[in-house]
Design a protein around this ligand. Structure first.
Ligand code: KDO
Length: 333
C-alpha cells in the first residue's frame, strides 16, 4: 500500500515536472543568434533587444552579438545560408553581392524618406526580390529598418576644405563599406573610396589613414566619430536602410502562429527604431555643433545630379529589372 502510494506520487510528480519542463525545453530549442557590426546602443540593436526579443520569448531565445564580434561585417548572409547564424541586420549593398538587382535599393538619392522605404518594402514590387533571397539564399527579409540619411563626415576643418560640389571631394580618401555597391557610391560622390570594416573606422579617422567616412548622424554620435572629425557635409546622399534577415530554415520550423509573432515583432522593432532614429537625426545637429564640428549643407542639387548621372551610365543600373525604378519613384512624395 505504502509502496503503491509512493509509486503513484512519484509518477504524479514526474508528470507534473515534465509538464513544467516542456515550456523551458521549448524555450531553449530555438536560439536566434543575431550578429551585427552595430553597437548595443545603436537604436536598431536596442529595438531588437527591447521589442523583438520579449515578443518571441515564448518559443525562442534571442542572442545578440554586437560590434561584429561573432561574424565579420558582410559575411552574415553567408552564415545564415550555411546555418551558422539565425539573424542579422543586412543591407541592400550586401544583398547586391549575391543579387545585383538589389543595388537599386542601395543607390544614391533613390529612397526619399523613412516612410518611402516602408512603402517600397511593403509594395508588391518587392515580392520577387524577397522570393529570390528566400529561395536562393535561404534568408527571409522580415522588415525594413531605417538607418538614416548618410552624410559625408571629414577630419579636415571647414577652413581646410569646404565642400560645395562633388568636385570638392576629388582626392578625398573616404572610407566606405567594403562591397562594390558602396564603393561605387563613394566614387559617384566624387571621392576616392577606401573599403574598410565599420569597426575599424574610429582608429582610421584618429590616425588619419582615411580623411573621412559617411554615415547618418545617429551613427556618427553612437560610434563617437565626432571625437576624431571636424565637419559634416549634409549631402543626404543615401536614405539608408537595413533589412531584418531571418533564417528560412528556422522560419520553416515555426508554427504559423509563431511565424506571425516573429513578423509582427520584427515590424514593431523596426518601427520603434525608426521613430528613435528620426528623432535623433533632428536633435543631433545641435549636439554635433556644440562638439565643435561644422555641420552644413552643400549644393544638394549638384550632388544629386552628379550621383544620378554616374548611376544612369553604370553596369549596376543594367542589372535593375525594367520599370522598378519608376515604381519606386512613384511611391515617393
Ligand atoms: C557602415 O559600415 O558604414 C554601415 O553603416 C553600413 C550599414 O549597412 C550597416 O552595416 C552599418 O554599418 C552597421 O550596422 C553599423 O551601424
Amino acid at each position: 500500500m505504502i509502496r503503491e502510494f509512493k509509486k503513484g506520487s512519484l509518477m504524479a510528480i514526474a508528470l507534473a515536472t515534465s509538464a513544467l519542463l516542456v515550456p523551458s525545453m521549448a524555450l531553449s530549442e530555438i536560439t536566434l543568434r543575431m550578429s551585427t557590426p552595430a553597437s548595443a546602443t545603436d537604436q536598431r540593436s536596442v529595438a531588437l533587444a527591447e521589442v523583438f526579443a520579449p515578443a518571441v520569448s515564448g518559443f525562442a531565445t534571442y542572442e545578440p552579438h554586437y560590434n561584429a564580434s561573432l561574424i565579420a561585417q558582410g559575411s552574415e548572409l553567408e552564415s545564415i545560408a550555411s546555418g551558422d547564424l539565425e539573424m542579422s541586420i543586412t543591407s541592400a549593398q550586401e544583398l547586391g553581392q549575391f543579387f545585383p538587382e538589389f543595388t537599386i535599393f542601395a543607390t544614391g538619392y533613390v529612397h526619399q524618406s523613412a516612410a518611402h522605404q516602408v512603402a517600397v518594402f511593403n509594395d508588391p514590387l518587392m515580392d520577387p526580390f524577397k522570393a529570390m533571397v528566400e529561395e536562393e539564399l535561404g534568408v527571409k527579409l522580415l522588415a525594413v529598418m531605417y538607418l538614416g540619411q548618410r552624410h559625408v563626415n571629414l577630419r579636415q576643418t571647414k577652413d581646410e576644405l569646404t565642400v560645395t560640389t562633388p568636385a570638392d571631394l576629388a582626392g578625398v580618401n573616404l572610407r566606405m563599406p567594403g562591397t562594390d555597391a558602396w564603393q561605387f557610391l563613394g566614387s559617384a560622390l566624387g571621392a576616392n573610396p577606401t573599403p574598410m570594416a565599420f569597426t575599424e573606422i574610429y582608429t582610421a579617422l584618429q590616425t588619419g589613414s582615411v580623411d573621412g567616412q559617411d554615415n547618418p548622424l545617429p551613427t556618427v554620435v553612437d560610434a563617437k566619430f565626432y571625437e576624431v572629425t571636424n565637419q559634416i557635409v549634409l549631402t543626404s546622399h543615401l536614405v539608408d536602410l537595413n533589412y531584418i534577415a531571418f533564417s528560412k530554415e528556422v522560419w520553416d520550423s515555426l508554427t504559423p502562429d509563431q511565424q506571425t509573432v516573429v513578423t509582427e515583432a520584427a515590424e514593431a522593432a523596426a518601427e520603434s527604431a525608426r521613430q528613435k532614429q528620426l528623432a535623433l537625426e533632428t536633435e543631433l545637429v545641435s549636439f554635433l555643433t556644440e562638439q565643435g564640428l561644422d555641420v552644413y549643407e552643400p549644393d544638394l542639387n549638384a550632388f544629386r545630379t552628379h550621383v544620378q548621372a554616374q548611376y544612369a551610365d553604370s553596369e549596376l543600373a543594367q542589372s535593375w529589372p525594367e520599370g522598378v525604378l519608376e515604381r519606386i519613384n512613384a511611391l515617393g512624395n
